[in-house]
Design a protein around this ligand. Structure first.
Ligand code: SF4
Ligand code: SF4
Length: 472
């Protein structure tokens, strides 16, 4: 995006805020934010954190409300279990979520980053607050970092990093409990890490990663690592609502000297919006990849405007088009097209969820075999079956033959039906279908098999039976 107005320095895009002229990390010391939006974000973040930390303990019928067990490919979303057999449905769910994020971003910019992203919430509402509490506001932090290693500095830095690490361990435990379930985590704590070395190693790795992310990497995650952040250039356009500086009203910027006759805009170039920015940018340069829409600069500038007796909103939520022309339009062909795609995906997803079967069953004639002649003269075919229980209930399974008439079904190795299929369970095996030779009228006789669960028909399988046709 080009600079928005003539007084915007055109060199600001030559470097990123993270790096100084010599190529070293430009450590950002943001001023402690305050204001109405910051208060709103604080309350909202507490609500999200309560939900996040309580999430692993929330259960429905004894099972977690949310479980994302990537290793075992087992997912529970709002109490609905998804097994590996549901991969297409799960993939569609993820695709719908991604399209929802795109629609939301095209219209409302990076609201997610500023208000709901765990990285922003943990960084700004937990770790940064601990830092302000121990080291003071941005100027005190700068002074402390530039000073020598006195006892005071050792105590402050030591206690800050100790708290950071403890908090990281706590977050890592929560993260792990979403992956393996809180019961597994409890088991590891009660039985000791030596019996659960894999999970314990994961916990140590997660804790260390979180510690480095919040103690050192910080805004680098948003600017360099986060794929969503890097896709902003594709998703945002001039009609997207973002945190924006009203350059029409603010420019030409400058400090008003007493008695000066020069006509200036409302921006007094106090740079308070720059000092408060956690990614170290100047919002007056226009929408930038680094801006996480945290709204801290809106609060800061509003405070300046109030003191100057000017209307708030020099920096505000607005689209670039609205600032340039005074008109806003969120219903653009692009946003409408994305919205239609989202509605289409939601419709398909809802249909698939409603018609989703509790059992997944496949029956196939055993590969590489044709037919056998049994001792009693009947002709048999062998079939393989596989039944997956997608519910949290134990199922009693019966495999029954519906047609052709006179045929017989006998299970191999499993004795007589019904079979017990535990929750999250899978059974597989084989059975024979035998038909008296005089009943075989076709080379491929259609066969219908019924799978019953707890006395109810859950699936009808159509297959065929190969056998010799008796020539009269
Ligand atoms: S806080 Fe407002 S007045 Fe001060 S520099 Fe930023 S935009 Fe200008
Ligand atoms: S420019 Fe403003 S909204 Fe964007 S990250 Fe900086 S302070 Fe937050």
């Amino acid at each position: 995006m080009m600079p928005q107005h003539s007084t915007t320095p055109s060199t600001y895009r030559d470097t990123i805020s993270l790096v100084d002229q010599s190529g070293d990390r430009n450590w950002v010391y943001p001023k402690k934010p305050s204001g109405k939006l910051y208060q709103g974000r604080t309350w909202f973040s507490w609500l999200l954190m309560v939900l996040l930390f309580a999430g692993p303990f929330l259960k429905l019928n004894g099972h977690p409300l949310l479980l994302l067990n990537v290793l075992e490919r087992k997912f529970i979303i709002f109490g609905i279990p998804f097994w590996p057999q549901d991969l297409p449905l799960f993939a569609l769910l993820m695709l719908t979520f991604v399209v929802f994020i795109i629609v939301f971003t095209v219209v409302f910019g990076r609201v997610w980053c500023g208000w709901a992203c765990p990285q922003t919430i943990f960084m700004e509402m937990l770790f940064r607050k601990i830092e302000y509490w121990i080291e003071g506001d941005f100027k005190a932090q700068q002074k402390l970092d530039q000073s020598g290693w006195t006892n005071e500095k050792i105590i402050k830095k030591g206690s800050k990093h100790l708290l950071f690490f403890l908090l990281s361990v706590f977050i890592a435990n929560t993260f792990l409990s979403y992956l393996i379930g809180v019961d597994e985590l409890k088991k590891m704590v009660l039985e000791g890490p030596l019996l659960h070395l894999g999970k314990f190693s994961a916990l140590i790795i997660f804790s260390t990663v979180f510690y480095f992310v919040f103690a050192r990497f910080r805004e680098i995650v948003c600017i360099v690592v986060c794929p969503y952040g890097r896709l902003q250039g594709l998703m945002l356009d001039k009609n997207s609502i973002v945190v924006a500086y009203d350059f029409i009203r603010g420019e030409p910027r400058g400090f008003r000297k007493k008695g000066a006759t020069e006509q200036l805009g409302d921006c007094i170039d106090c740079k308070r919006c720059v000092h408060v920015c956690p990614t170290g940018i100047d919002i007056r340069n226009g929408t930038q990849l680094e801006c996480i829409n945290c709204t801290a600069c809106i609060d800061e500038c509003d405070d300046v405007m109030v003191k100057l007796n000017k209307p708030k909103g020099l920096v505000r939520y607005a689209s670039q088009a609205e600032i340039a022309t005074g008109k806003s339009n969120i219903f653009t062909p692009r946003s409408i097209a994305y919205f239609c795609i989202l509605i289409g995906l939601l419709t398909v997803l809802t249909g698939l969820l409603i018609t989703r079967k509790e059992l997944a069953a496949t029956i196939l004639r055993t590969p590489g075999m044709t037919y056998q002649t049994q001792l009693d003269g009947s002709i048999s075919n062998m079939y393989n079956y596989e039944v997956v229980n997608k519910t949290f209930n134990t199922q009693s399974i019966e495999v029954k033959l519906v047609s052709p008439e006179g045929a017989k079904l006998s299970m191999v190795d499993r004795g007589t039906s019904p079979l017990t299929l535990k929750e999250d369970g899978l059974i597989k095996g084989s059975f024979f279908i035998s038909i008296p030779p005089e009943s075989i009228k076709l080379n491929n006789t259609p066969v219908i098999i019924e799978i019953n669960s707890n006395g109810k028909v859950v699936k009808l399988v159509n297959t065929n039976f190969v056998g010799p046709v008796k020539i009269k």
